[in-house]
Design a protein. Structure first.
Lengths: 409, 229
């Protein structure tokens, strides 16, 4: 074995040009894959971060009628029981209570359909919701007759900070309810549906207007450790009071289209992996076949001296393994370095922002190394190239020593 | 009666060149006892090398049998033939057939590594043999750094290293000066006498022919005559 390892190491750079081509193919392929995955992974992380901080948090407890975030007008009858459960769960970092209803918002000049979202500023801060103003100021617990809307909605309604807007919605008992609010601030998330169609008011205001009494629509739950979300959700499901008919949902269940988009992107990566690896493997196969043709006489000699066919296969496979391993090391280092560097400065996608903003990706994407995929790429690159080397190795092992030694070498 | 070490019984060999059959050997009957020092002599194309390849398990006869110690060699599979070559046969080829990436010392050690000979013994045998072929100070050179004659002597040392019972040499002195060639044959003779290693040469060299126990003359793939001396 040692002699074949030693031979393989020395044979690796016998034809420097060819080895350089093989090495570059593996290196470039792996660097490109690590970076591409890093880009997608960074964008996904940002998307998930935006979804969980702007919309859903890690999980939500909702009445059955609000299984999808786009549904409205379902209420939790006894929120106090749920508060007790959440307070008793040590893995829950914080929770926020929200009210959601469908309605119409009107100014003196225009009216549009909207979600009326009630929130508690202190609780939202505690769960890490992103709150920023485009114009005006952030709402405080004192703004019981104030509202915040998306900046694009403000343009549609033709209102300014300090102006009145009137919100009309169906109350808890099915009657039409309405109330005027003063515009305190505007926000801009980049997501059209949010920016065009959300009026934010305090929970107390929403409860008052909709005659909800103590009822709320949902709890947004932030979990201390992201990796615990699934387990926490599973445990909370068991603890929900049966008569309230509530659901505990992860953000993926609340916005399935986003979860599907992420799964689709992950699947597409493997299509790219397949294409890149096919090209790299074809390069390795070609190199090995040429190398074997050039060294036919040498293989004949080795077999004449008693080298067994399996040992010839071992030698060729080792040569392929070593050059692939070297390329893999360089490719991994370059891939990590490139991803880390670009991850530090970010990629400016502002030209395409109108396309991406609805997926909740910001104007800059910050790639980050996905270590799990990196290991998968390494395994697949190494495995496929060693498998590819078996054919030329087998061909070499089947050479007729006499014929092989007749070759002009 | 004891079997001859090497026996060729009605051996024929036909090659195909560009789709046309070429008769290389026909009706060869030959018996070589252990400890012989035999030269196959004859013009180019007479079948000398083909016989060496058949004895050395490198080729298969088209007809007839090759027996080693009475055992039909070509009943064995590829792996067993490789094993046979490794333990029983030492080859010295006409051209300089060394592994180019290995040093002289490593080339000599190669068959010993395949035989799993311990490192200290490998080093000892390799050093000893390289000294015997006059290359004690060239052991770290690679084939590309040595002359043709030096490379041939390394190939001889390698053939001897594995202590085979049969050494097959195809024109071993063809690329050596007469003094080195003569010394090489002296070495072969001493091994032949000391250890009863069988030597079968294919050679034109009168010096080699003169010093053989037995000369088998070939022509057009047939045995034309034989002399014992």
């Amino acid at each position: 074995m040692t002699i074949f390892l030693s031979l393989a190491l020395r044979n690796m750079f016998r034809n420097k040009k060819r080895s350089a081509i093989t090495l570059s193919a593996v290196t470039f392929g792996l660097t490109a894959l690590i970076f591409l995955r890093g880009f997608v992974f960074g964008a996904q992380a940002q998307m998930v971060e935006n979804i969980t901080t702007s919309l859903t948090s890690d999980a939500q407890i909702v009445p059955k009628s609000l299984e999808n975030i786009y549904n409205t007008n379902g209420y939790i009858e006894d929120p106090e029981a749920i508060r007790a459960i959440l307070k008793a769960e040590p893995r829950v970092r914080a929770y926020a209570e929200r009210v959601v209803a469908g309605g119409i918002v009107s100014s003196a000049t225009n009216s549009i359909a909207t979600f009326v979202v009630g929130f508690d500023p202190g609780m939202e801060t505690a769960i890490g919701s992103r709150r920023a103003v485009e114009q005006g100021r952030l709402m405080t617990p004192e703004d019981s007759h104030g509202a915040a809307i998306g900046d694009t909605m403000r343009e549609i309604l033709g209102v300014d900070i300090g102006d009145k807007i009137v919100v009309t919605a169906q109350d808890y008992y099915g009657a039409l309810a309405g109330e005027a609010f003063t515009l305190i601030g505007t926000f801009s998330t980049g997501n059209d549906q949010i920016d065009n169609g959300t009026v934010m008011v305090l929970n107390g205001s929403a409860q008052r207007m909709l005659s909800l009494d103590h009822r709320i629509s949902k709890f947004a739950v932030a979990v201390k450790d992201d990796r615990d979300v699934e387990n926490v959700v599973r445990d909370l499901r068991v603890r929900m009071p049966p008569k309230q008919d509530l659901k505990v949902l992860t953000w993926q269940e609340l916005i399935p289209v986003m979860a599907q988009l992420i799964n689709f992107q992950n699947g597409m990566i493997f299509v790219v992996v397949f294409i890149v690896l096919t090209v790299v493997a074809a390069g390795i196969l070609n190199t090995l076949m040429m190398s074997i043709v050039e060294r036919t006489r040498e293989f004949g000699l080795m077999m004449a001296m008693g080298t067994k066919p399996a040992q010839v296969i071992l030698l060729v496979a080792l040569e392929s393994f070593l050059i692939t391993a070297l390329g893999a090391v360089i490719g991994t280092v370059l891939g990590i370095a490139l991803t880390a560097y670009v991850g530090h400065i970010g990629i400016d996608l502002s030209r395409f922002i109108s396309t991406f903003s609805n997926f909740l990706i910001g104007s800059h994407v910050y790639p980050q190394v996905d270590w799990v995929y990196l290991l998968i790429f390494l395994g697949v690159v190494m495995g496929s190239n060693v498998i590819v080397s078996l054919y030329p190795a087998w061909r070499a092992s089947r050479l007729d020593p006499v014929e092989a030694m007749r070759q002009v070498g | 009666m004891k079997n001859p070490q090497i026996q060729l019984a009605a051996v024929g060999k036909t090659y195909h060149s560009n789709g046309l059959p070429v008769r290389a050997l026909s009706g060869i009957d030959l018996a070589i006892d252990q400890g012989s020092f035999v030269v196959l002599a004859g013009p180019s194309g007479s079948g000398k090398s083909t016989i060496l390849h058949l004895i050395g398990a490198l080729d298969r006869p088209s007809e007839g049998r090759v027996l080693i110690e009475g055992d039909d060699l070509y009943r064995r599979d590829r792996k067993e033939l490789a094993e046979f070559r490794l333990h029983q046969i030492g080859f010295v080829f006409q051209a300089y057939n060394l592994i180019p990436v290995l040093t002289a010392h490593e080339n000599v050690e190669y068959p010993l590594l395949l035989q799993s000979v311990p490192a200290s013994e490998r080093a000892e045998r390799s050093e000893d043999l390289l000294k015997k072929v006059g290359l004690g100070d060239q052991r770290h050179k690679k084939p590309g750094e040595m002359s043709g004659g030096q490379q041939q002597r390394v190939a001889v040392a390698r053939a001897l290293a594995a202590r085979p019972s049969i050494i097959l040499a195809d024109e071993p002195t063809a690329n050596l000066d007469s003094k080195t060639g003569s010394e090489l044959i002296d070495l072969f003779r001493s091994l032949n006498e000391q250890f009863r290693v069988t030597f079968v040469f294919a050679s034109h060299d009168p010096m080699v022919i003169r010093r053989a126990h037995r000369v088998i003359r070939l022509k057009d793939g047939k045995v034309e005559g034989e002399e014992r001396q």
